[in-house]
Design a protein around this ligand. Structure first.
Ligand code: ZN
Length: 189
């Protein structure tokens, strides 16, 4: 029997089976911790048992594998060519469960971040971590999704209620400093 998925996809699929404590998740946790953010893990009392829980901010973060959780438009969200019905059923049930968990969390007042694994496939996690922390501390929107190799951020419009708030990280760009250039080294004639 030939394997229709390539090696990289296969390894992602296998890694996704475990679900908890994946390497990308560990990397994100480590980076958050380094920034002084404290959290709890896999908090079973909350819907969906979120991967990372920030009680202080009443927020949670799921680290989702792009394949199993069907990251929209992501190159890792491939569909195996064999047994298409099996996969479609499996994927649909995963996505439905994710949406249900998110809705239940929001219903009891928690904000929900989703970090897609593809956003964590880079050496420098700073953009992702900065965005996540900005959302945590800055408040605002109830959901945030961070994905893509470029650390792209987007809302889940379905999950938004009456308001849409900006969640993009606010860069302190207002303070334009003008360096005065003395221009001359020779004070003496
Ligand atoms: Zn992805």
């Amino acid at each position: 029997m030939t394997d229709v998925v390539d090696k990289a996809t296969r390894s992602r699929m296998m890694a996704g089976i475990q679900g908890k404590n994946t390497i990308p998740e560990l990397m994100l946790r480590k980076a958050l911790h380094a920034k002084g953010i404290r959290y709890r893990l896999h908090y079973a009392k909350l819907p969906g048992r979120p991967d990372i829980v920030f009680p202080r901010f009443k927020s949670v973060c799921f680290v989702h594998g792009c394949f199993w959780h069907r990251h929209p438009g992501c190159r890792f969200a491939t569909t195996p060519a064999t047994r298409p019905e099996f996969w479609q059923t499996k994927f649909a049930s995963n996505v439905a469960r994710d949406h249900r968990n998110r809705d239940e969390l929001m219903a009891i007042g928690w904000r929900v971040a989703t970090v897609w694994e593809c956003a964590l496939q880079r050496k420098d996690l700073d953009p992702v971590v900065t965005t996540l922390i900005g959302w945590l501390i800055g408040g605002g929107s109830e959901v945030i999704e961070i994905g893509g190799g470029d650390g792209q951020v987007r809302h889940s419009p379905r999950a938004l209620r009456s308001h849409r708030l900006q969640i993009s990280p606010q860069m302190p760009s207002t303070s334009q400093t003008h360096r005065r250039c003395a221009g001359s080294h020779g004070d003496n004639p």
